[in-house]
Write a protein that binds this ligand. Structure first.
Ligand SMILES: *Cc1c(COP(=O)(O)O)cnc(C)c1O
Length: 361
């Protein structure tokens, strides 16, 4: 059986380092927001080339706190892609703002920059982009629109640690919101997240907000959250970060094999010199996606669907999101995510390609 994911195998090489880190953690007697968190924040800021990194409890919290920190007026509207994981939109809704969905580009699966301007109103205050599947968005166009209309840029980097647009790492264009959920490219051994920025004041606000809105202990200047990063996770993340380039290179190699060996009748991810993809997910599209998925399973290959139901179709979003998003739906109905984890081998990928190409005949 070729599994889709196996987190024990992904982390196997780090077991000794994790055990060492756990020992240090246990002996320290300090369990939240301590020296391990400060160390990881410094390392991850350096990795991203940003001035600050603030650790939080999850990717959703990173997004929620990032939006909150701007102190936007009531009735603010935030532009967001129509096809994303629900967390991106939830962070806007939880802040009491209106998510304004923009259709993706069917070639990149990311927000279509040419469809943003028509959605801008006097209430639009920010663009929340998502570097979906590990492919960077077209940031030149997006940054130009943000400048023209004086909009904040928030980046959902949950799937794109280390991805680059024209040599610039994502998460450094605006405020970068990261998830370290165990399955992500930089995954912890539990929940964790972080926010990156070059802005000193914003970083201060993030730090206060994650800890009950308090910069000075027991004095609460803002309505904060309990969203602190655990020392134990920060220690594990420091160890994992040393391996991230390795993980990225491995995934890029596997992606290359898929791209070379899969028949062109599968719609494959586009490759372009502007994008340094990190392939958190390697997807293909096909009209008969469900049949293909079943066939692969019969042949002992597990796949996933990211995602089966578009956000505007979710029960929780009824009455919140209006409008039609046919491109987003088309993607949701035809996309299939193939095995591309750190533990997969070239042989695994060639096997998947062989079975898939056989299915076409
Ligand atoms: C995983 C993910 C999130 C949420 O991260 P959590 O750590 O699970 O809260 C947000 N956005 C995207 C695109 C994701 O893939």
């Amino acid at each position: 059986m070729i599994e889709y994911e196996n987190l024990r195998l992904v982390n196997l090489k780090l077991f000794d380092k994790y055990k060492e880190s756990f020992d240090t953690f246990l002996q320290s007697g300090w369990f939240v927001l301590g020296s391990q968190v400060a160390k990881f924040e410094e390392e991850f800021a350096r990795f991203n080339g940003t001035k600050h990194c603030v650790g939080v409890a999850s990717g959703l919290d990173a997004l929620t706190i990032a939006i909150d920190a701007f102190g936007l007026p009531k009735n603010s509207e935030i532009i967001v892609p129509a096809n994303t994981y629900i967390a991106t939109i939830l962070a806007i809704v939880r802040n009491g703002f209106k998510p304004v969905l923009v259709e993706p580009d069917i070639a990149t699966y990311n927000i279509d920059p040419n469809k943003i301007e028509e959605k801008i109103t006097k209430n639009t205050k920010a663009i929340l982009v998502v570097h979906l599947y590990g492919k960077p968005c077209d940031m030149d166009l997006i940054m130009a629109i943000a400048k023209k209309y004086d909009l904040k840029i928030i980046e959902d980097v949950a799937q794109a640690h280390g991805a680059k647009y024209k040599e610039q790492i994502v998460g450094s264009f605006g405020v970068g919101c990261f998830s370290f959920y165990p399955t992500k490219n930089l995954g912890a051994l539990g929940d964790a997240g972080a926010i990156t920025t070059d802005d000193d004041d914003l970083a201060k606000t993030f730090k206060a907000l994650r800890n009950y809105g308090s910069a000075v202990k027991y004095y609460n200047d803002e309505l904060g959250y309990n969203s602190r990063l655990d020392e134990i996770q920060a220690g594990f993340l420091s160890a994992k970060l040393e391996m991230l380039d390795d993980i990225t290179n491995h995934k890029r190699e596997l992606a290359k094999l898929y791209l070379e060996n899969l028949e062109d009748r599968f719609v494959k991810p586009i490759v372009h010199e502007d994008y340094f993809d990190v392939y958190h997910i390697f997807n293909i599209r096909h009209e008969k996606r469900d049949e293909l998925k079943a066939y692969l399973l019969e042949n002992e290959i597990k796949t996933e669907i990211h995602y089966p139901l578009a956000p505007h179709k979710q029960k929780a979003m009824q009455g919140i999101i209006t409008g039609e998003y046919p491109i987003s739906e088309e993607i949701h109905n035809t996309t299939l995510s193939l095995p591309i984890s750190y533990f997969h081998t070239k042989e695994d990928v060639l096997q998947v390609c062989e079975v898939m190409n056989k299915w076409l005949k």
